[in-house]
Design a protein around this ligand. Structure first.
Ligand SMILES: CC(C)(COP(=O)(O)OP(=O)(O)OC[C@H]1O[C@@H](n2cnc3c(N)ncnc32)[C@H](O)[C@@H]1OP(=O)(O)O)[C@@H](O)C(=O)NCCC(=O)NCCS
Length: 195
């Protein structure tokens, strides 16, 4: 991916120099509480970083784009997004995001998320971008709502997370919604304007 510069952030591919900052993120149980993986050792973070350094473009279905989020003011890594190409046939991708708690509550994830959605819809031409999170992860749900994503499903005790049953919230946004257009077709089962 090409570097993207916003008012306060730079979005860019990962490099091996990100290890200290990434480990400061991945070592924290408060960060990984709702993630599918647990707080990492430095070796585990190094392995995760090696994977991210290879995930630099979306060339085929199944590919993941790993995006480092850097604060312009300090040059430090404050978080990460990923954009995972789920289906070529359906034009479907999934976003994921993690941000360091020291940088929470300032709108950085929202600022970065808008660029990731722009990348998904405008650069890669995806039709539908989804995001999923634990039903107790209110920060994550609020972020997706700030990004304009619609909550489409809430599966009560629909998954297992760290050995416990957990709710799963599913959000989505269509390309035409991103462009500001109204969806052409109502979701199945929802009433139409004519009832
Ligand atoms: C999900 C996560 C990235 C959200 O981080 P966040 O700090 O809440 O999100 P932002 O950086 O966009 O900041 C938004 C907050 O800053 C406030 N804010 C301040 N200035 C703002 C601005 N210029 N623009 C937008 N929001 C701003 C918002 O009101 C909001 O506060 P609120 O949550 O009290 O309503 C973060 O909680 C996280 O990394 N969690 C751990 C990992 C995780 O669970 N990831 C999701 C897995 S599915």
């Amino acid at each position: 991916m090409d570097r993207i510069t916003t008012e306060r952030l730079v979005l860019r591919p990962f490099t091996p120099q990100d290890l200290d900052d990434l480990h400061d993120l991945h070592r924290r149980p408060d960060v990984t509480r709702y993630l599918l993986w647990d707080a990492r050792t430095r070796d585990e973070t190094a392995a995760a970083l090696a994977t991210r350094c290879r995930e630099t473009r979306l060339a085929a279905e199944g590919d993941n784009l790993a995006i480092a989020v850097q604060l312009r003011a300090t040059g430090g890594l404050i978080g990460e997004f990923n954009l995972h190409w789920l289906s070529a046939e359906l034009g479907r991708a999934e976003i994921g995001f993690v941000q360091h708690p020291d940088h929470a509550g300032r709108g950085y994830a929202t600022e970065a998320g808008r660029q990731v959605l722009r990348l998904a819809f405008e650069t890669h031409g995806f039709h539908r971008v989804i995001g999923m999170c634990n039903g107790s992860n209110t920060s994550s749900m609020r972020l997706m709502e700030r990004l304009g994503m619609r909550r489409e499903a809430y599966f009560v005790q629909g998954e297992m997370l760290k050995g416990e049953r957990a709710d799963l919230a599913v959000y989505a946004l269509l390309a035409e919604e991103w462009r500001g257009a109204r969806p052409q077709v109502p979701a199945p089962g929802l009433p139409t304007a004519r009832g």
